[in-house]
Design a protein around this ligand. Structure first.
Ligand SMILES: *Cc1c(COP(=O)(O)O)cnc(C)c1O
Length: 356
């Protein structure tokens, strides 16, 4: 099998070492002679996995003790609904409209109260991070730290004072160092930067959880997940196991700081290649460019299909932009190596020479 470089936006690349480890342990986990997929979620072996996953997440992100860590199903998309369902209570919330994902969050929140659009970059096709105007009576402020489709990223976060700041961090969690205490809640689907699809990580301050609406079905209430340590019902055991392996991998490889340094370098050289070329055009405002999802167009447009196809023939997979916006996109999450990005740049340069 020739070497493949995976630039898909999600589900996305997982560290090779993690896949290898999962393969080795697939049939015999912890020497028990059974797979982690076929053991009780209440067995000590699986409880060991979920506890270790939680503990490693807490230590890697330096999450303070007054926050709970929960594993929930339904993707980040369920969080779009669960957040307002628990906290809006017919009141008002500020939402920053930065793109496709923010829009979906806004749509769900409107079912439970009033949404104030505290900032929007819709006027320019979501190519930048807008200024933010907070309302005094918002129950919370919701932002999307990285818009996976548009390729824009918040490099700083608004100071919301006593108003809880809630962030969809699906596509850049674990990619850079953050002060968790600035956020009341962070949620992220695993399949971009921490594992396979099927589990969503929710990190939430306990006083926010306490404030949640009481008359909800159990599976929609954060209190249930906190009280039962994400084991109220059967959790996505195998996905959580893989998240735990990714956390091991992060630890072994220098943690978030080391990831951030490599991520900065990967993004720097790729954007530099785009800026130095005559056929590739970055779509995001320079100051708001994402270090995870690098979006660009190729002129003339017909070249984009050719680029994606020839990229794949050269082992560079998943360079097509999201179907809603077109163009090209290279997702360069933690598990993408610097070498992988250099390989992409070499291909881009060759492609440009042949096609300009
Ligand atoms: C992928 C993504 C989502 C949706 O995640 P699902 O797990 O498919 O629900 C939401 N927000 C962001 C920023 C994403 O990248």
């Amino acid at each position: 099998m020739s070497k493949k470089y995976n630039f898909y936006a999600g589900p996305a690349i997982l560290p090779y070492e993690v896949m290898k480890k999962a393969q080795e342990e697939l049939l015999d986990f912890n020497g028990i002679g059974l797979s982690v997929m076929e053991i009780s979620h209440r067995s000590k072996d699986f409880v060991g996995v979920i506890d270790a996953a939680e503990e490693k997440i807490r230590s890697l992100m330096e999450i303070p003790g007054n926050y709970s860590i929960m594993f929930i199903q339904g993707g980040a998309s369920l969080q779009f609904g669960m957040i307002p369902m628990n906290f809006l209570k017919g009141g008002k919330a500020d939402y920053v409209n930065t793109g496709s994902w923010a829009k979906k969050a806004i749509k769900e929140a409107k079912l439970f109260g009033t949404v104030n659009i505290a900032g929007s970059s819709e006027d320019k096709n979501f190519s930048y991070i807008p200024g933010i105007q907070l309302s005094p009576d918002a129950k919370y402020v919701h932002v999307t730290s990285n818009e996976t489709i548009g390729g824009i990223q918040m490099h700083t976060f608004p100071d919301t004072g006593d108003t809880p700041l809630i962030v969809d961090m699906s596509s850049d969690i674990f990619s850079r160092k953050l002060d968790v205490s600035k956020f009341a809640a962070i949620y992220a689907g695993a399949q971009k930067n921490m594992g396979p699809a099927g589990v969503t990580l929710v990190i939430m301050r306990n006083d926010l959880i306490d404030n949640g609406t009481d008359n909800l079905i159990s599976m929609m209430s954060y209190k249930t997940y906190r009280e039962h340590k994400s084991l109220y019902n059967t959790p996505p055991c195998f996905a959580i196991y893989l998240v735990k392996l990714v956390m091991d991998w992060l630890e072994t490889n220098g943690g978030i700081e080391a990831m951030a340094a490599t991520n900065n370098e990967k993004a720097r050289i790729l954007y530099e290649a785009i800026d130095n070329s005559s056929i590739y055009n970055g779509t995001a405002a320079v100051n708001d460019r994402s270090k995870m999802n690098v979006t660009f167009r190729i002129a003339p447009g017909e070249l984009e299909t050719k680029f994606v196809k020839e990229g794949a023939e050269n082992g560079l997979i998943g360079l097509k932009g999201h179907r809603s916006v077109g163009g090209c996109r290279a997702s360069i999450y933690n598990a993408m190596t610097l070498e992988g990005v250099k390989e992409l740049i070499r291909f881009m340069e060759k492609f440009e020479k042949k096609n300009k």
